[in-house]
Design a protein around this ligand. Structure first.
Ligand code: ADP
Ligand code: ADP
Length: 235
C-alpha cells in the first residue's frame, strides 16, 4: 500500500514538557489507522501536528520532518493544508446555522459561488456521511436541532465537503450513544476506500473493529505499530 504520511524524528515540546518523543511512522492511504494509549500520552498532539493546529498553541516547539503526500507540512499554505487534512472532534461542533450552510461553508470559503454546484456538494457530502436520507427534507433547519449522532455525521459531511485527502478523527464517538457509534463505525468502511483516516480512540474494541493499522502510544512515544490483526491477536 502507498504511504500518505511520513513522520520522521519528530519531537514536540509544550514549553519544557516533551509531549512527543522521537516519533517515526509511515501512515498508509486508503486505510484506517487507530491511535490508542492512555490519556495524556500524546495522541491528540500527534494529530494536531498533521494539520499544524499545534502552531496555534503558544510555546510549542516541534522538530523533525512531517510529510503529507510528499510535501513537508511546514511548506504548505496552512489554509490548503487544513483543506487537505480535515478534522472531526470528540464533541460534535456544528455551527448554529442551517444544515445546508454548515456543509456549504467550507466550499464557499474556497470560492464556490454557484448555487447548483453547492447543492451538489451538499447532497454528495451528506450522502457520504450517511445523513442525507434523514435530513434531505429539512436542510434549512438549524443544525442544533439534530441529535448528537446526527450532528457528528453533519460534522463529518462538513469536513468531506472540501474534499480532504486525510481525515483526522479525535475520539469521534466517545460522546455518542451506542447506536450512533455503530453508524459512524459503519461509515468508516466507506470512508477508508477514498481517504486516509486516522482515528484516536480510547476503545480498544473499536480499534479492533474498524482499523487496519494500530499505533500504540505511551508517554509521548509510539511503542508499537503494526497491522491491527497483529496487535490484537498476537499468540
Ligand atoms: P492524549 O491525546 O493522548 O490524551 P495529549 O496530546 O492531549 O494526549 O497530551 C499530551 C501531553 O501534553 C499531556 O501531558 C498534556 O497535558 C500535554 N498538553 C496537551 N496540550 C497542551 C497544551 N496546549 N499546553 C501544554 N501542555 C499540553
Ligand atoms: P510556523 O510553523 O508557524 O512557521 P515556526 O516553524 O517558527 O512556526 O515554529 C513552530 C512553532 O514553534 C510555532 O508555533 C512557534 O511559535 C513555536 N516556537 C518556535 N520556537 C520556539 C521557542 N523557542 N519557544 C517556544 N515556541 C517556539
Amino acid at each position: 500500500s502507498t504511504i500518505k504520511i511520513k513522520v520522521e524524528d519528530t519531537n514536540l515540546y509544550y514549553g519544557d514538557h516533551q509531549a512527543l518523543k522521537d516519533i517515526n511512522i509511515d501512515i498508509y492511504e486508503k486505510a484506517v489507522t487507530a491511535l490508542i494509549g492512555p490519556s495524556g500520552c500524546g495522541k491528540s498532539t500527534f494529530l494536531r501536528c498533521l494539520n499544524r493546529m499545534n502552531d496555534l498553541i503558544p510555546n510549542v516547539r516541534r522538530n523533525g520532518k512531517i510529510e503529507i503526500a510528499g510535501t513537508n507540512v511546514d511548506k504548505y499554505d496552512v489554509i490548503l493544508l487544513r483543506k487537505k487534512v480535515g478534522m472531526v472532534f470528540q464533541k460534535p461542533n456544528p455551527f448554529p446555522i442551517s444544515i445546508y450552510e454548515n456543509v456549504a461553508y467550507g466550499p464557499r470559503i474556497h470560492g464556490v459561488k454557484s448555487k447548483a454546484v453547492l447543492d451538489d456538494i451538499v447532497e454528495k457530502s451528506l450522502k457520504e456521511a450517511a445523513l442525507w436520507d434523514e435530513v434531505k427534507d429539512r436542510l434549512k433547519n438549524n443544525a442544533i436541532g439534530l441529535s448528537g449522532g446526527q450532528q457528528q455525521r453533519l460534522c463529518i459531511a462538513r469536513t468531506m465537503a472540501v474534499e480532504p485527502e486525510v481525515l483526522l478523527m479525535d475520539e469521534p464517538t466517545s460522546a455518542l450513544d451506542p447506536a450512533s457509534t455503530m453508524k459512524i463505525e459503519d461509515l468508516m468502511e466507506d470512508l477508508k476506500k477514498q481517504y486516509t483516516v486516522i482515528i484516536v480512540t480510547h476503545n480498544m474494541q473499536q480499534a479492533g473493529r474498524i482499523s487496519d493499522y494500530t499505533a500504540f502510544f505511551l508517554n509521548g512515544e509510539i511503542i508499537e505499530y503494526d497491522k491491527t490483526e497483529n496487535i490484537f491477536y498476537k499468540p
